[in-house]
Design a protein around this ligand. Structure first.
Ligand SMILES: C[S@@+](CC[C@H](N)C(=O)[O-])C[C@H]1O[C@@H](n2cnc3c(N)ncnc32)[C@H](O)[C@@H]1O
Length: 272
């Protein structure tokens, strides 16, 4: 099955490389994905139990509604026509506080499918500001994918917090896939503005410390990111892959870029 949302840093192109690092019995293990985003890997693995998490409250509300009230979501999102004026009206509505959860989820779906490049971007004040995108007949409400996602989400716990919850949640033998915001090649690039507070280098360091603690406990992990974080994972197996990044804020930044996959699992080579 495919992910419902397009998400910056979406992992569709790396799925096979990541799965190749997993142990053969991965589908039987407890699975955790603390930086869910579009959840491309989660919706491929469809684990039997575990947790999925993201710090973005709109995103986790969306997945809760997909899981618990998929028909209401489909009905609400199907009401919205695809045109520029409606897009900007609905974008203003999405930026209001305290919306009913089904409406908030339906608006997120609509804006994701009709906004420019499927980006999720907010300004410093947390206001969603992605412009209208021009598509030919976009599918705004992928009903089958929503029902399939609903089913996959019933088997895991959905959380909305910082990744550090893993310290109390991940146990020996569990499998972890981590796709934190990319460390930009230069810090002037604003590519990783997923939320108002972003993910500074101090968070990359905090994450690597957390992972070392979990590794010592026997938790299996695979992490993907860009090359600058490599120095935080000395001692682990690191492979460089050429990923076709699907979304970037600068057109010049498109095309294959070097990403790394870091893991404490096995010795099998990752080939692409
Ligand atoms: C690179 S994206 C994940 C992309 C995803 N793997 C996919 O296939 O679409 C990173 C995600 O981490 C989330 N995030 C940022 N800071 C976080 C934190 N401290 N704890 C948990 N999630 C965080 C962002 O909201 C964003 O959705």
């Amino acid at each position: 099955m495919t992910a419902i949302l397009k998400w910056a840093g979406g992992k569709r192109s790396l799925i096979q490389a990541i799965l190749a690092t997993f142990p053969p019995d991965y589908a039987e293990r407890t699975y955790h994905e603390p930086f869910l985003g579009g959840g491309a890997l989660f919706f491929t693995v469809k684990p039997k139990r575990g947790t999925v998490n993201d710090i973005n409250p709109h995103l986790i509300n969306f997945y809760r509604i997909v899981r618990d009230e998929p028909d209401k979501l489909i009905k609400e999102a199907s009401k919205y026509p695809y045109d520029r004026d409606t897009y900007y009206q609905l974008r203003d509505r999405f930026n209001e506080d305290g919306l009913p959860p089904v409406e908030d989820a339906a608006l997120l779906l609509y804006l994701n499918k009709t906004g420019y490049n499927g980006l999720y971007r907010v300004n410093r004040r947390g206001v969603f500001n992605v412009p209208f995108g021009t598509y030919k007949n976009p599918t705004i409400v992928p009903e089958e994918d929503i029902h399939a996602a609903s089913e996959a989400l019933t088997r895991v716990e959905l959380r909305n917090e910082d990744f550090s919850y893993l310290i109390d949640t991940a146990h020996e033998g569990d499998i972890l896939y981590l796709d934190p915001p990319y460390e930009p090649l230069s810090r002037t690039s604003n590519f990783n503005t997923y939320s108002t507070n972003g993910f500074p280098w101090a968070d990359q360091e905090r994450l690597s410390k957390t992972i070392r603690e979990l590794d010592a406990r026997g938790v299996l992990f695979v992490l993907s990111n860009s090359e600058p974080v490599k120095k935080l994972y000395k001692g682990f197996r690191t492979t460089t892959v050429h990923a076709n990044r699907s979304i970037n804020t600068k057109t010049t930044g498109r095309g294959p870029i070097r990403e790394i996959i870091v893991t404490n699992i096995g010795k099998r080579a990752i080939r692409r």
